[in-house]
Design a protein around this ligand. Structure first.
Ligand code: NAG
Ligand code: NAG
Ligand code: NAG
Ligand code: NAG
Ligand code: NAG
Ligand code: NAG
Ligand code: NAG
Ligand code: NAG
Ligand code: NAG
Length: 584
């Protein structure tokens, strides 16, 4: 018998080696494939630092970035909590957001599945790179900025917190040893509602403006129904949905975002008979509702990208009924055409657009109201103007009263309090600056007219060039007081009734256009009125030039004694210079 090729003793180490390798391979494999992605809970005594140490970091093509801490579920749009930033990424929120996940729970689709923030702990005080989230041993969830300052905390020390849970519906929960809720993000809504979320009486959702002016709009449930407010003192209602039914239930009311509706419940116990406020398209995928920075209440749905599937107040409010449709002090007409209010006759501009190119940003008072000089305040009347605010006195009225109210409402007048400026000699310099700006259009126009006259006169008076050149040079040197020499000439013209003669004498072309020139001189004189309330606005001037309006007949032609102290106003000089160079 030949011996076997190997003894069992010889083969044993190989088997062991093989087994060990297999074990190691399996072990390694299971480490990488182990659910590193579906990580919906955390235990106490855990800290997370907002830097690359957090494994699930994803940058999106819209400039946003997330560092996930907890994530529940896989495959499709799922809730995640973690650090979130957008843009320059110098400031971060600790937030709950929806991201797209693959079957392994990895965050995917960085070019379309942009994170949708539905809740945040610190929207008013974002933290920086290196901030720490600490689920302490004492059961408190604390957010510390990189400098160690505490930015936010759940205040749950000593409440037997056992861990942190991100639920299926996007609620971040601190639970205790009995798995009951100690703290939950649903009790502190920000600007969003997620499906299933109840918004109770006493809670509110408020809009977020990332740049500033936070909290402009809010949504609340009261005993009467659902109300949307714009921030003011007191807040004003721009949308409401009242319960008309005689409701004897006195439970704590709430609205709930359901699949297909936003419903109002008057009992704290479900199921009760809800009052459906809004129908919402049936959810084919993830949805959330957001009170937007412009006051709209929108529902978003993931359909391969995030789309707006409903704009809930739109069936009830036109674009102009949103309180900030045309910004502060703006007038909205048609489908959001914005303008600034103006007084009737005499027309004075008390407001100007904050930004001429974006009239929807609103208007600012040229002279702000001041309590010190209430005697200088007047009201400008605007005809046929409505106000966005819902008059609560009009609730439950009968039809005739309503019709009557509607007729009144339809061409109601609005009165806006404005500040007049006292006559220049008695004003301080800063107020003078305001006066000048208020008539800046007129002044610039006047200087244009004067420049034009200078040009004509110079062209024609070649034999008397010296004197005129000196005027021209004075304009070049931008010394505004020199313009008063010309005013002297103009005044003399008026005083001696020979303005027309003056023009005719120098220009043959002018003969045909002499009336126009005199008209322009009149306009110039109008712009120079000592009493600024008698000066025309720029648009009035334009109307005069178009022939639609006539120059005010009772003008004061004494310009030079008025001593309107333009000369030392630093702010005005460069403007005049740049305009004066124009007509040459
Ligand atoms: C991030 O900022 C950009 C530019 O401001 C904006 O277009 C984008 O919608 C923002 N992304 C998210 C998820 O809010
Ligand atoms: C987290 O909180 C614990 C107290 O529970 C503290 O000892 C620890 O230093 C904190 N960690 C950080 C990184 O701040
Ligand atoms: C925690 O308590 C502080 C001080 O009492 C309070 O300002 C803060 O709003 C509380 N935080 C939360 C999340 O309730
Ligand atoms: C965490 O949330 C999940 C999903 O909503 C829920 O099933 C589970 O019971 C929660 N766990 C604890 C400890 O609260
Ligand atoms: C947990 O439940 C037990 C039994 O109901 C109770 O005795 C205990 O006080 C509970 N613990 C907390 C922290 O609520
Ligand atoms: C957000 O705030 C900025 C700065 O105050 C403001 O210019 C902008 O109009 C605001 N946006 C909205 C929608 O209110
Ligand atoms: C909403 O309800 C419809 C049918 O009523 C159902 O098909 C759909 O899956 C539901 N959507 C969600 C997100 O639950
Ligand atoms: C208003 O009057 C008070 C006291 O007379 C003064 O201190 C303040 O500067 C005045 N304000 C303005 C805007 O004139
Ligand atoms: C309403 O408008 C009409 C036509 O413009 C006008 O005649 C009427 O006086 C106005 N009524 C009120 C109450 O202002």
């Amino acid at each position: 018998m030949t011996p076997p090729p190997f003894s069992i003793l010889e083969i044993a180490p190989w088997i062991c080696y093989y087994c060990l390798s297999l074990f190691l391979i399996l072990n390694c494999y299971s480490t990488t494939a182990q659910p590193p992605f579906d990580y919906p809970t955390a235990n106490i005594s855990t800290t997370w630092t907002n830097n690359e140490s957090l494994p699930h970091s994803v940058s999106f093509t819209d400039g946003s970035q997330v560092r996930a801490i907890l994530l529940r579920g896989s495959f499709g749009p799922k809730f995640t909590c973690g650090f979130y930033c957008n843009g320059t990424c110098t400031s971060y929120l600790f937030a709950v957001f929806i991201v797209q996940t693959n079957s392994g729970g990895g965050i995917v689709q960085p070019s379309i599945g942009f994170p949708q923030v539905v809740w945040s702990a610190n929207r008013d005080s974002p933290v920086s790179y290196g901030a720490i989230l600490n689920l302490t041993a004492t059961g408190e969830l604390v957010l510390q900025d990189a400098d160690g300052s505490t930015v936010w905390t759940t205040n749950t020390t000593g409440k037997s917190v056992a861990g942190l849970n991100l639920t299926d519906d996007g609620n971040l929960v601190l639970f205790d040893v009995n798995s009951s809720v100690v703290w939950q993000s649903f009790d502190y809504p920000t600007d969003c509602l997620v499906p299933g979320k109840r918004l109770f009486q006493g809670q509110h959702v408020s809009s977020t403006n990332w740049t500033a002016q936070k909290d402009l709009f809010s949504l609340q449930v009261t005993n009467e129904g659902l109300f949307a407010y714009v921030r003011s003192n007191p807040p004003q209602v721009y949308y409401n949905s009242l319960m008309y039914r005689n409701n004897t239930n006195t439970g704590r009311r709430y609205i709930r975002f359901l699949n297909g509706s936003l419903s109002l419940f008057t009992l704290s116990v479900e199921p009760s008979d809800p009052f459906q406020l809004f129908y919402i398209p049936i959810a084919s995928s993830a949805q959330y509702m957001k009170l937007m920075p412009d006051g709209h209440l929108k529902v978003f749905e993931w359909q391969g990208s995030w789309l707006v599937v409903a704009d809930l107040f739109n069936g009830y409010l036109g674009e102009c009924n949103y309180p900030m449709a045309c910004g502060r002090n703006g007038l909205c007409s048609g489908n959001q055409q914005c303008s600034c209010p103006v007084s009737g006759s005499p027309r004075i501009d008390y407001f100007r657009a904050v930004n001429d190119r974006q009239p929807n940003l609103g208007c600012s008072a040229i002279t702000p109201l001041t309590c010190n000089s209430t005697q200088d305040q007047t009201f400008i009347a605007l005809e046929n103007v409505m106000y966005f605010s819902i008059n609560e006195d009009m609730e439950r009225m009968d039809i005739d009263t309503c019709k009557q109210a509607y007729v009144v409402h339809r061409n109601s007048s609005a009165f806006i309090k404005v500040q007049n400026v006292r006559s220049p000699p008695s004003t301080s310099r800063s107020t003078l600056g305001v006066i000048l700006t208020s008539t800046i259009g007129s002044v610039l126009f006047l200087l244009g007219v004067i420049g034009f006259l200078v040009y004509i006169i110079r062209k024609q008076r070649r034999d008397a060039q010296m004197e005129e050149e000196s005027i021209g040079e004075n304009f070049d040197r931008s010394q505004p007081e020199e313009s008063w020499h010309l005013l002297g000439v103009l005044q003399k013209g008026w005083e001696q009734g020979m303005l027309l003669d003056m023009v005719d004498k120098y220009s043959e072309d002018m003969q045909t256009r002499s009336l126009e020139v005199v008209e322009m001189m009149k306009v110039a004189s109008w712009c120079l009125q000592y009493d600024f309330t008698k000066r025309p606005s720029m648009s009035t001037v334009v109307k005069v030039l178009e022939g639609v309006m006539k120059v005010e007949s009772r003008l004061d032609y004494n310009f030079t004694d008025q001593n309107i102290t333009l000369e030392h106003d630093q702010d005005m000089t460069p403007l005049m210079a740049s305009v004066l160079s124009g007509p040459r």
